[in-house]
Write a protein that binds this ligand. Structure first.
Ligand SMILES: O=C(CO)COP(=O)(O)O
Length: 241
């Protein structure tokens, strides 16, 4: 059975104090589930240590938002795999469209980061997705297939999560129709040798569309931005029926 992964991507939000406040409320609202459902919080680097001490061994796992491909070295502003694993981090987001747009991430650098994450024992979450103009030009399928093929060279398909995040649906309130998200997720699955790779949907996921999205057969979870910042709201998403 494929694992369900409900992940929050806090992006550049929350100080340590705010992260602690979030956890207090979030944990009180989270319902117990069986092992098939995993809850992940991808927090800024500055909050990972303190969050790890609180979440230690529990139902909620920690994720980071970036990893460098070298073990160490003169890479100002970057972070290594061992720095993350030492803090109890399990997941790391790679190739997010915001990294591609603002920080020159490419399929090739995303690939290096994926390999580095796996070498460190982390599970990478590879983000792929088309822009509005690419969708309008009928290029969705080719863009996604290229991102998967180029991004996943030599990657171990037994230790990866993929997130389909159409750029036009991120932070816009314009959720991709559940059936269309399911279609593209199915297309991604066709490109993989391991059909059990968990594939998430991301882009304006909220408490009021989570149940519909999770009813789709191909969608194995969600990667949530804005709506993961509110503890009660994100607990409702994590508690989907
Ligand atoms: O980018 C996202 C998650 O990585 C999605 O962001 P929103 O949920 O705010 O649209």
């Amino acid at each position: 059975m494929r694992k369900i992964i409900i992940a929050g991507n806090w992006k550049m939000h929350k100080t340590q104090a705010e992260a602690l406040e979030f956890l207090q409320i979030f944990k009180s609202k989270l319902e117990d589930t069986d092992d098939s459902r995993e809850i992940v919080l991808c927090a800024p680097f500055t909050s990972l240590s303190i969050m790890s001490q609180i979440l230690h061994g529990g139902q909620v796992r920690l994720g980071a938002q970036n990893i460098h491909w070298e073990k160490l070295g003169a890479y100002t502003g970057e972070i290594s795999g061992s720095m993350l694993t030492e803090l109890g981090v399990h997941y790391v987001i790679v190739g997010h469209s915001e990294r591609r747009q603002y920080f020159s991430e490419t399929d090739e650098t995303a690939n290096l980061r994926l390999l580095s994450a796996q070498r460190s024992g982390l599970t990478p979450i590879l983000c792929v997705g088309e822009s509005k103009s690419q969708r309008d030009a009928g290029e969705t399928e080719s863009v996604i297939i290229n991102q998967i093929k180029r991004g996943m060279v030599d990657v171990d398909q037994n230790n990866i999560v993929i997130a389909y995040e159409p750029i036009w649906a991120i932070g816009t309130g314009a959720t991709c129709e559940a059936s269309e998200a399911n279609r593209v997720v199915g297309l991604i699955r066709q490109q993989l040798n391991n059909k059990d790779v968990p594939i998430q949907y991301g882009g304006s996921v909220k408490a009021d569309n989570i149940d519909e999205l999770m009813q789709e057969s191909e969608i194995d979870g969600v990667l949530v931005g804005g709506a993961s910042l509110d503890p009660a709201g994100f607990a409702r998403i994590a508690n989907f029926k």
